[in-house]
Design a protein. Structure first.
Length: 627
């Protein structure tokens, strides 16, 4: 059982047990044995030093640095004061229960961090490097791009690369939250941190370990908690005012009643010390950061990497959501959506001519036509292939001259066409300078995009906007299908930045603007948005660097999940704040009137800490929900 603790945690546990035993012996000598007052006192002092020596030391060190009012100061002054008025056993008890509470709180924080580090337990231990005819097990850091590695079933893929041999199903859940394995075969890109499930893969490495996906994610996770949310900063500021106020109230409580009403000094001094113990703001100081860390862990579990609690907090005030189009709201995969043959041509013949003409092209439009054709092409029958940059292609198929491209290419060759009225990219085809028809290629809208837009509106997002470089007709059709509030088309990267600036100027003072994009040319707008979200952009260094949130899949609905997690986290944070302050007020009042003793004060403080910590941990297991 002790194996779950680090050496430092074991030493702390040993100190707690030792201190508790010494304290118990002191109580026994004090209550059971006659004439053993000195033995009891010595034991209790030893127990106090074992349990509270570090608290006293930290208090003195902080006082020397000018940091006077913190929980260490409160505990030190309350317990030494208890010693001064003869409440020796109570002083040791305060330290014992305080340290027990601290230990359990540290364990809760540790478990909270495990929710992230456990989820992201993706750092590979080794790589199987192919060296000649042998395979060597080496550290991933020693691999360079171009090296070939073997990944056996059950092993983690150690570096990003391309499959050059084999086929398998890989588990991407640690990166994306997606539970369904992904099938890969030759030429498929694979990411480090995923797990090979079935077949043996030979992978050609494309990135060093430091540049690989797994390293980027680990770096994001490690730095996620360094940026505090405003509520966390509020607690820090609050504690700075709160502590000196309660110290002053304790001093007044100790002095005023005896001076004004000639009451007993020791009684009111004891009440003041109890008041100080109760006033420790430990629950707030510990539970609020823990809540945000749990929120970050919940997001990571859902395939959403958030770079800090401040961005999680900002999602609560999301007012304007701006999306790139291609690859974000749409699939970015072009597909033939209509075939319009001219007279004397059939649909199948039109597709055949266009596919043969474009077989050597690397353009996405050509790939979509080749996929639609779906048959092997006899390349030996092709000749005079020419690619007209920005216009289209031409080639001879046997004795027939095929021209496939845009309207300008047709005009350039003096071919009269029937202009298509369909929305999308139109490829006109001519055979021996006779118009054969048109093929419309469109980018499909993701089914997930429809849910995203409606769900964001349900959650109170006031404006949903699309920015795109596509033409106005395509942008308008996409915007109408998705019921977007606004769209702006034909934008170059710098024009997107200008449009973002104008949108940002229109939001309210507290409102936040988020931009979601998927590519390197989105980096400028990702950087300038209140919340920059890189969509499936884990392969783009520029996108990751500029973004505040990185989605591990290409699902825009992850933004809805992130908003729900942010709202649930905020509810838990404020539950903890209200509960902790409410209990404090009640017990401070009871302490001031002598109803609460030192023991009850400690139980109140430790109890509140543990309850708020447990409440914070609910975030990890909760299903994100908010409306």
């Amino acid at each position: 059982m002790l194996n779950q603790y680090t050496l430092q945690e074991r030493l702390k546990l040993l100190r707690l047990i030792t201190g508790a035993v010494v304290f118990a012996l002191g109580i026994v000598f004090e209550r059971v044995f006659q004439n053993s007052g000195y033995v009891s006192l010595v034991l209790l002092i030893i127990g106090f030093l074992i349990l509270g020596g570090d608290v006293i030391f930290r208090a003195l060190k902080n006082i020397a640095r000018g940091k006077l009012f913190d929980e260490n100061f409160l505990m030190a002054i309350a317990t030494t004061g208890a010693f001064a008025i003869g409440e020796t056993s109570e002083a040791v008890a305060v330290m014992l229960f305080y340290q027990i509470g601290e230990f359990f709180q540290e364990m809760a924080v540790k478990n909270s961090k495990k929710s992230i580090t456990g989820l992201m337990n993706i750092r590979p231990d080794y790589a199987n490097l192919i060296k000649g005819d042998s395979i060597e097990k080496v550290a991933p850091e020693t691999i360079v791009p171009g090296d070939l590695i073997i990944v056996k079933p059950g092993e983690k893929i150690p570096l990003d690369g391309i499959v050059v041999e084999g086929q398998s199903a890989i588990d991407t859940s640690a990166l994306t939250g997606e539970s369904i394995p992904q099938d890969v075969s030759m030429s498929c890109a694979v990411l480090s941190g995923t797990v090979n499930k079935t077949g043996k893969l030979t992978i050609k490495v494309t990135k060093t370990f430091g540049e690989s996906t797994v390293s980027k994610i680990i770096n994001l996770i490690e730095n996620a908690s360094t940026k505090k949310a405003k509520t966390e900063n509020f607690i820090t500021i609050f504690a700075g005012y709160y502590t000196p106020v309660v110290v002053c109230l304790a001093v007044l409580l100790a002095l005023l009643p005896p001076l004004l009403f000639a009451l007993e000094w020791l009684v009111w001094l004891n009440r003041a010390l109890v008041f100080l113990v109760i006033s420790c703001p430990c629950a707030l100081v510990l539970s609020i950061p823990m809540s945000y860390f749990a929120g970050l862990g919940k997001a990571a579990k859902s395939g959403i990497l958030i770079k800090g609690g401040n961005y999680l907090e900002a999602l609560n005030n999301l007012e304007t959501a701006v999306f790139d189009k291609t690859g974000t709201l749409t699939k970015g995969n072009f597909k033939v959506t209509a075939v319009q043959p001219a007279k004397d041509f059939t649909e199948s013949k039109l597709i055949e001519f266009a596919a043969n003409a474009q077989v050597f092209s690397n353009h996405p439009i050509a790939f979509s036509i080749l996929r639609e054709y779906g048959q092997e092409i006899d390349k030996s029958s092709l000749s005079q292939y020419t690619e007209h940059s920005g216009f289209g292609v031409s080639a001879c198929i046997g004795e027939k001259m095929i021209i496939a491209g845009n309207q300008k290419l047709m005009e350039k060759n003096g071919i009269e066409i029937t202009e298509s009225q369909n929305t999308g990219t139109v490829v006109y085809v001519a055979v021996d300078k006779e118009f054969a028809g048109s093929i419309i290629v469109s980018d499909e809208i993701k089914s997930d995009s429809f849910f995203t837009v409606s769900a964001l509106k349900e959650r109170g997002v006031k404006k949903i906007v699309m920015l795109t470089g596509d033409n106005s007709q395509i942008a308008q059709e996409t915007a109408e299908k998705l019921s977007l509030d606004e769209y702006y088309s034909g934008l170059l990267p710098h024009e997107k930045v200008e449009k973002m600036e104008s949108l940002s100027a229109l939001k309210s003072a507290k409102g936040k603007l988020a931009f979601m994009g998927d590519g390197i040319n989105d980096a400028p707008v990702l950087a300038m948005a209140d919340i920059g979200i890189a969509m499936g952009g884990i392969g783009s260094d520029a996108a990751i660097e500029a973004a505040d949130i990185v989605l591990m899949t290409d699902e825009p609905s992850k933004l809805v999940t992130a908003v729900d997690i942010a709202r649930f986290t905020k509810r838990v944070v404020w539950q903890n704040i209200v509960f902790a302050l409410g209990v404090k007020v009640v017990f401070l009042t009871l302490g001031a009137f002598g109803i609460a003793t030192m023991w009850e004060a400690v139980f109140a403080d430790v109890g509140v800490c543990l309850l708020t910590a447990l409440n914070a941990m609910r975030i990890i297991g909760a299903t994100a929900e908010s409306k």
